[in-house]
Design a protein around this ligand. Structure first.
Ligand code: FDA
Length: 409
C-alpha cells in the first residue's frame, strides 16, 4: 500500500519533532520517521538529564558556520522567549543556572513530552524503529493524490523504508542531527542525503569535545586528573573564560569544550591560568619580607596539586617569595598567563556533544531551510553547518531552524 503525505520528516529528535508539530498544526499531513526505537535520546541525556533547552542570550554571535549570517533569520523568527511561551502553555517549570542557561526543574523528559504533545496536536504520524533505505524522486503525475502532487511541482519524494513500506511525500525534511554519540544512533545520514542531491557539505568534525595531548608530553599533568579551575582559553577566533578540567588524556571542562569548536588540528591553544590578575605584578608587590614558600603562595590561587606540578622541576616550590628575583617571578607569571600547548586531537564523536560542519548553508534558503537547487528538500538542526556554543544554544538552533522550516513547508 502506498502512503502519501504532504511532508516526511526523517529524524524525530529536537528539530524533527518541532518541525513536524508546526507543519502538522498548519493542517499538513506529516509523517515523522526515526530509526531509533526510543524517542529523542539526546534530549533525554542532555544537560545532565535536565536539558539545557535554550539560552536567554542566544544570538548569531554564539554560533559557528562558514556562512555566519545564515542563522540570523531563523533565530530572529523564533527566540528563547518563544520556546519559554511553549513551555508555559504546557506547565513546564524551569530555572536559570548560569549565564542565561535554562534547565528544566524536573527531568528532560518534560521537553520530550511537550514535543510529543505538540506533534499529537498536529496529527503527526509516527514511524519509530524505521530506517530509510532509499530516497528517490518520482515525476509529478505518478501515483499520488492531487493535493500532494500540487505541493510537489518537481515530483514527490519516494522513501523506501525498512519497516513501513514505501512512503511518498511532496516535501522532505532531513532532521537526522550530527554524528556525536554514535552509540545513541547518531549517523551521517543527513550529509549522505545532501550529497545524493548534489548539495555541498562543510567537513564535519567533533565539537564541544575534550582535547587530547601526546601521552609522553602529558605525563607530568596526567596525575592532575580531576583538578578544576577557572581559566581563560584562546584558539583561532575563539576566546572563553570558563572552568577547565584536567583529565588523564588531556583537558576538558566547559572552557575546553567551548574552544574545541574553534580549534583546528595543528593549531595551539593559549591558556590563562590566572585570569583577571596581573600575577607578575602581584607576586613582586607581595615580596617584601614575605617568608612564604612560592608553592604555598600559588596554592592560595590554585588547587595545591596544580601548584606543585607547575613548580616541579623549577626548584622554586620551596623557595621563599622574598628571595626570588623579580625577573624570575615575572617570567613564571608570564607562563601562567599564557600557557601555550598544541593538542594532538580530540576525544572524538564518542565524547563530543555536537558535530561541527554539516550541510553547507550556502546551498540553503535561510528563511525556509530549503535546498536552493532541489525544491521540496529541507535540512534543519544539527545536520546543517550551524554549530552553537555550549549552554543551550544548539537546542535553540534546533527549535528555530525547525520552526522556520515548518512554517514554510
Ligand atoms: P537530534 O540528534 O536531536 O535528532 C536526530 C534524530 O535523527 C535522532 O532521533 C536519530 O535517532 C535520528 N536519526 C539519525 N540518523 C538517522 C537515520 N539514518 N534514519 C532515521 N533516523 C535517524 N544542546 C543544548 O543546547 N543543550 C544541552 O544541554 C545539550 N546537551 C547535550 C548533551 C549530550 C551528551 C549531547 C550528545 C548533546 C547535547 N546537546 C545539547 C546537543 C543537542 O542534543 C543537539 O544539538 C540537538 O539534539 C540537535 O537536534 P537535532 O534534532 O538536529 O538532532
Amino acid at each position: 500500500m502506498t502512503h502519501i503525505y504532504d511532508v516526511a520528516v526523517i529524524g524525530a529528535g529536537a528539530a524533527g519533532m518541532m518541525c513536524a508539530a508546526v507543519a502538522g498544526q498548519r493542517g499538513l499531513r506529516v509523517v515523522l520517521i526515526d530509526h531509533a526505537d526510543k524517542l529523542a535520546e539526546k534530549i533525554r541525556i542532555s544537560g545532565g538529564g535536565r536539558c539545557n533547552f535554550t539560552n536567554l542570550g542566544a544570538g548569531p554571535a554564539n554560533f559557528l558556520s562558514e556562512n555566519p549570517h545564515f542563522c540570523r533569520s531563523a533565530l530572529a523568527g523564533y527566540g528563547p522567549r518563544d520556546f519559554l511561551e511553549l513551555l508555559r502553555r504546557h506547565g513546564v517549570a524551569w530555572h536559570e543556572k548560569h549565564r542565561g542557561q535554562l534547565f528544566c526543574d524536573d527531568t528532560s523528559e518534560s521537553i520530550i513530552d511537550v514535543l510529543r504533545a505538540e506533534c499529537g496536536a498536529g496529527q503527526v504520524q509516527w514511524r519509530m524503529g524505521c530506517g530509510v533505505a532509499e530516497i528517490a524522486r518520482e515525476a509529478a503525475g505518478a501515483d499520488g493524490d492531487a493535493a500532494a502532487r500540487a505541493g510537489a511541482p518537481d515530483g514527490v519524494f519516494v522513501l523506501r523504508t525498512t519497516t513501513a513500506g514505501t512512503l511518498r511525500a511532496a516535501k522532505l525534511v532531513i532532521a537526522t542531527g550530527g554524528m556525536a554519540i554514535p552509540q545513541l544512533g547518531a549517523t551521517d545520514y543527513g550529509l549522505k542525503v545532501a550529497r545524493q542531491f548534489g548539495l555541498k557539505v562543510v567537513e564535519p568534525r567533533p565539537a564541544l569535545v575534550p582535547l587530547t595531548f601526546d601521552p609522553a608530553l602529558w605525563q607530568p599533568f596526567a596525575a592532575l586528573s580531576g583538578v578544576a579551575l577557572e581559566a581563560g582559553v584562546r584558539s583561532g577566533q575563539g576566546e572563553f573564560l570558563e572552568d577547565l578540567l584536567f583529565t588523564h588524556r588531556g583537558l576538558s571542562g566547559p572552557a575546553i569544550l567551548q574552544i574545541s569548536s574553534y580549534w583546528n588540528p595543528g593549531e595551539p591553544l593559549s591558556l590563562d591560568l590566572a585570569p583577571g590578575l596581573d600575577l607578575g605584578q602581584d607576586l613582586v608587590a607581595a615580596k617584601p619580607g614575605n617568608r612564604q614558600q612560592l608553592g604555598t603562595v600559588l596554592a592560595g590561587l590554585w588547587p595545591r596539586r596544580l601548584a606543585e606540578a607547575w613548580l616541579e622541576g623549577d626548584g622554586l616550590a620551596t623557595q621563599r617569595l622574598a628571595d626570588i628575583p623579580d625577573k624570575t617571578l615575572r617570567a613564571l607569571a608570564a607562563r601562567i598567563h599564557d600557557w601555550t600547548l598544541v593538542p594532538t586531537g580530540t576525544a572524538g564523536y564518542k565524547k563530543a556533544e555536537v558535530m561541527r560542519g554539516g550541510v553547507d548553508t550556502r546551498g540553503l534558503d535561510q528563511k525556509s531551510m530549503q535546498a536552493r537547487a532541489v525544491s521540496g528538500l529541507h535540512f534543519i538542526g544539527e545536520a546543517v553547518d550551524v554549530t552553537g556554543w555550549l549552554g543551550g544554544y544548539n537546542f535553540q538552533w534546533a527549535w528555530a531552524s525547525a520552526v522556520a522550516c515548518g512554517k514554510a513547508l
